[in-house]
Design a protein around this ligand. Structure first.
Ligand SMILES: *Cc1c(COP(=O)(O)O)cnc(C)c1O
Length: 394
C-alpha cells in the first residue's frame, strides 16, 4: 500500500503540493517529472550516487551517542552527524543526486538560486566535480551579507548573478532563476535546494535526502539492537534535512517526529520565520503550501539569526505533516539557538550550524522518559556562523 506521506502522482500530500507554474515551464517540468523516478530507481544511478556519497561526501555519517548531552537531559540522545559531510551540511546529498539526474537528461548548464549561499556552494561544488557550467542567482543584499560563500562559489567556477529587483533577497533570486529556465529550456537544469518548488522537486529532494534515515536505521540497530528511535528532531527551513531524517519513519506513528522552526526574536514579534504558526495556505515557489503572507497574499519577509531557516514557507510535505499532526512543530528563538550551540560545544566539543542549533534548543523543552531514544539531526557545522557566535560570546 502506498504511504499517505508519499506524494501522489500529481505531487500532492493531502491538499498540499502540485505544480503551479507558468505555462512556458510545462515542458521542462514535465521532462523531469517523466524521468526522475526511472533515473533514481535505475541501477546505474544508484551505483554512481552511492559511490559518490561514500567516496566524495564521506558517508555514512556517524550516529553519535552524545554522553554528556544525554546525561543532562535524561535520555539517550544521538546526533546524526550531517555536519561531517563534504561542504559541511546535508545539502550536498541532494546536489549530488540532482547533478546526476541533470547529466542523464543531457543538460549542460545548471542554474540555482541561493539565499545564504549554502545551496549555491553545494551546487557549485558538484558542477565543478562534473565539469558543468554553473549559474547561481542571489539577491544583491544577500551577496553583500554572505561574502565568504560568494567567494567560495566563484572559486568553484560558478557565475553569481545578483537579483536586483524587489527586496533583493531569496524570492527575487528565485524569480530570476525561473525566468532564466523559461528562456533556456533545452540545455539548462534548475537545481532546487530543498523540498520545495513544483512537483516533482519536493518528492525528488526527499528521496535524495532519505539516505539520512536509511543510515539511522542500521546504525541504531548496531547501537541499541532496535532500528527505530522513539523520537527524531530536525530543524526546518524549507524542510529537506527534516524530510531526510523523517523519511523512513513516516509510516510508523509510534515514532515521534519533531520539526523545529526558527522563532527569531519571538513567534509574534514580527521578526520570525515560524511558518507553521504564522502562515496560511497559498502558493509559494510553484507549490501549494503554507507560507507567511499579508492580507493581499504578498510574501512577508521572514527573519531568523540563521540564514538557512530564514524562509517564508515550508515544503508541502511538512505542511501536510503539520496539518495531519504526524509531526509536532516546535520552535526556538535566536537566543535559545545560540544557547544550545554553546551548550553542545561545551558538552560535546562540536560546534553546530546555527540552523542545527534550533533543533538542539528544544531538548530543554521536552520531558523525556528515562530510556527514550532520541536522534537529533545535526544538519551542519558551525564554521560559517563563527562571526555570529563570537559576537554573542559569553
Ligand atoms: C540550508 C540549511 C538548513 C535548512 O534547510 P532545510 O531544507 O530545511 O534542511 C538547515 N541546516 C543547515 C546546516 C543548512 O545549511
Amino acid at each position: 500500500m502506498k504511504s499517505k506521506f508519499q506524494a501522489d502522482k500529481n505531487g500532492y500530500y493531502g491538499q498540499f503540493g502540485g505544480a503551479f507554474i507558468p505555462e512556458l515551464l510545462y515542458p521542462n517540468v514535465k521532462e523531469l517529472e517523466d524521468n526522475y523516478l526511472k533515473i533514481i530507481e535505475s541501477e546505474s544511478f544508484q551505483k554512481e550516487y552511492k559511490g559518490l556519497l561514500k567516496d566524495y561526501v564521506g558517508r555514512p555519517t556517524p550516529l553519535y551517542l552524545a554522553p554528556r548531552l544525554s546525561e543532562k537531559y535524561g535520555a539517550h540522545i544521538y546526533l546524526k552527524r550531517e555536519d561531517l559531510n563534504h561542504t559541511g551540511a546535508h545539502k550536498v546529498n541532494n546536489t549530488i543526486g540532482q547533478i546526476l539526474i541533470a547529466k542523464q537528461l543531457g543538460k549542460k548548464r545548471i542554474i540555482a538560486e541561493t539565499g545564504a549561499g549554502q545551496h549555491g556552494v553545494a551546487t557549485a561544488t558538484v558542477c565543478a566535480l562534473m565539469n558543468l557550467e554553473c549559474v547561481v542567482f542571489m539577491g544583491e543584499i544577500d551577496i553583500k551579507r554572505q561574502a565568504p560563500n560568494v567567494a567560495r562559489m566563484k572559486m568553484l567556477g560558478a557565475k553569481v548573478i545578483p537579483a536586483t529587483s524587489g527586496s533583493k533577497t531569496l524570492k527575487d533570486a528565485t524569480n530570476e532563476a525561473i525566468r532564466d529556465w523559461i528562456g533556456n529550456p533545452d540545455d539548462t537544469y534548475y537545481l532546487i535546494g530543498s523540498v520545495v518548488g513544483p512537483h516533482p522537486y519536493p518528492d525528488m529532494v526527499a528521496r535524495l535526502q532519505a539516505v539520512i534515515s536509511e543510515e539511522m536505521k542500521w546504525q541504531l540497530k548496531e547501537h541499541t539492537g532496535k532500528e527505530n528511535p522513539d523520537t527524531v528532531i530536525a530543524c526546518v527551513g524549507g524542510g529537506s534535512n527534516a524530510a531526510g531524517a523523517f523519511y523512513h519513519f513516516l509510516d510508523d506513528s509510534t515514532i515521534e517526529l519533531i520539526a523545529v522552526e526558527a522563532a527569531g526574536l519571538g513567534v509574534y514579534s514580527g521578526e520570525s520565520a515560524a511558518t507553521s504558526q504564522l502562515g496560511d495556505v497559498g502558493v509559494l515557489h510553484g507549490s501549494k503550501t503554507i507560507l507567511m503572507q499579508d492580507e493581499y497574499g504578498q510574501v512577508i519577509e521572514p527573519y531568523s539569526i540563521s540564514a538557512g531557516l530564514d524562509y517564508p514557507g515550508i515544503g508541502p510535505l511538512h505542511a501536510f505533516l503539520n496539518e495531519s499532526n504526524r509531526a509536532k512543530f516546535m520552535n526556538a528563538t535566536d537566543q535559545e539557538a545560540l544557547d544550545a550551540a554553546y551548550e553542545l560545544t561545551k558538552l560535546e566539543g562540536i560546534i553546530p550550524a546555527l540552523e542545527s542549533a534550533h533543533a538542539l534548543a528544544v531538548l530543554s523543552k521536552i520531558d523525556f522518559k528515562k530510556d527514550q531514544v532520541v536522534v537529533v539531526n545535526l544538519s551542519g557545522r558551525g564554521d560559517k556562523d563563527l562571526e555570529t557566535y563570537i559576537k554573542h560570546l559569553k
